[in-house]
Design a binder for this molecule. Structure first.
Ligand SMILES: *[C@@H]1O[C@H](CO)[C@@H](O)[C@H](O)[C@H]1NC(C)=O
Ligand SMILES: *[C@@H]1O[C@H](CO)[C@@H](O)[C@H](O)[C@H]1NC(C)=O
Length: 371
């Protein structure tokens, strides 16, 4: 998979999980799960929330207690689990389960204690006419709205390639949807932002909030859109980076922007994370990973200078797993010389202003804000 002196340097690190090359260090920070995905740095608790899509878990990694990986399970649900986005100022997490968005109140508990789910509410189901679809990646924008894509999970990838474009991109305003009408399990506003997508994935907004990026893993391209933050709409879709044009192996999966406006894209099936300038379309850097299926990247750490990269071992055979025992782990890459944005609230808006006037049974939590 990798050639050259960097790889030899890495081979020297046979004992540990780390790999030092070009000044950066890659380290597996969690044990493997089936398909770790959708890492989300929560800057209030200083933890990474991520999911195991196939194992149907939401997990929490706390760098201050690295051995204490916690999870809550949705194994009793029919749908796969992704993404998981924290709700600002509360212990709630929005979790995509199949075609539903759940509001989950979690007590992660003290180190060493199992996490406890206090309540689960199904807030919204989308696309009842497309039972083969499920949610894929999602993130909050600067105004605290959830942007979340769907993909057709019933087709083989070959049929997908033949052009079954059933994926859609939704914008979900939790505050309006819950406070504006009764929070029954089916909130009736369906906001389709973009249709005709195949596997909408990794999304990001520029530091000036004027541009939105979205990857489509099936077309192997990253698209840019003009972003209107006030209205919450995207327009003027253009190709910002094409894997084919740069001979990048694999497909774009989850991605994140750094403070300089460059994208860090996990290349699933391509064994690497690439740094791309989406304004010029230039490929700036390639980080070769020790696993074939990196699935998403996210800046975290108190200074947002650690790149967390999730990965998958789904559908790998015994021989591959022997070669890649760390497949499915989440990795931390340090020493990359840049960082993510720190001044954007990366969480959906809190709901329920006061517990005394809480029609929806959602108990607001008082979590001290860092800012
Ligand atoms: C990849 O991981 C395996 C198993 O942990 C290890 O033996 C090998 O040295 C690693 N290779 C690199 C390039 O880090
Ligand atoms: C999830 O948490 C339960 C309860 O603490 C634990 O038994 C199980 O091993 C955990 N699973 C993973 C994948 O960490």
């Amino acid at each position: 998979m990798a050639k050259g002196p960097a790889y030899l340097t890495c081979l020297a690190a046979l004992l540990g999980l780390s790999c030092v090359a070009h000044g950066y260090e890659i380290k597996a920070v969690t044990k493997p799960v089936i398909m770790s995905e959708s890492p989300y740095w929560d800057d209030i608790t200083n933890t990474v929330i991520f999911v195991d899509v196939i194992g149907k878990l939401v997990l929490r990694y706390d760098p201050a207690h690295p051995g204490d990986l916690k999870n809550i399970s949705f194994s009793n649900q029919p749908g796969k689990v992704t993404p998981a986005v924290p709700v600002r100022g509360s212990d709630d997490i929005l979790v995509g389960v199949g075609r539903c968005v759940f509001l989950v109140d979690v007590d992660w508990g003290a180190p060493g204690k199992a996490a406890v789910v206090r309540s689960v509410r199904n807030l919204k189901e989308v696309e009842p006419d497309l039972p083969g679809n499920r949610f894929n990646d999602g993130k909050a924008d600067s105004r605290g709205r959830l942007w979340i894509g769907t993909m057709d999970d019933s087709q083989t990838s070959r049929r997908r390639r033949r052009g079954v474009n059933k994926g859609e991109l939704f914008r979900f305003d939790l505050k309006r949807d819950i406070e504006g009408r009764s929070a029954s399990s089916h909130v009736d506003t369906k906001t389709v932002v973009e249709e005709g997508l195949q596997i909408p994935n990794g999304m990001a907004w520029t530091p000036d909030d004027k541009t939105y990026y979205l990857a489509d893993s099936a077309t192997k391209a990253v698209y840019s859109f003009d972003f209107d933050a006030d209205q919450g709409v995207v327009s003027n879709k253009k190709t910002a980076f094409s894997f084919a044009a740069h001979d990048v192996p694999g497909a774009p999966d989850g991605m994140t922007l750094d403070k300089d406006g460059n994208l860090w894209i996990a290349c699933v099936h391509g064994g690497r994370v690439i740094k791309v300038d989406p304004r010029s379309g230039a490929l700036l850097q390639t980080i070769v990973m020790n696993v074939t299926n990196p699935s998403a990247a996210e800046w975290g750490g108190r200074d947002r200078d650690v790149l967390y990269v999730t990965s998958a071992r789904y559908k790998m055979d015994a021989r591959q797993l022997e070669r890649e025992p760390l497949a499915g782990s989440m990795f931390a890459i340090t020493g990359l010389g840049t960082k993510g944005l720190t001044n954007v609230p990366y969480a959906v808006n809190a709901v329920g202003a006061a517990s005394t006037n809480n029609r929806y049974g959602i108990t607001p939590k008082t979590t001290p804000s860092k800012n």
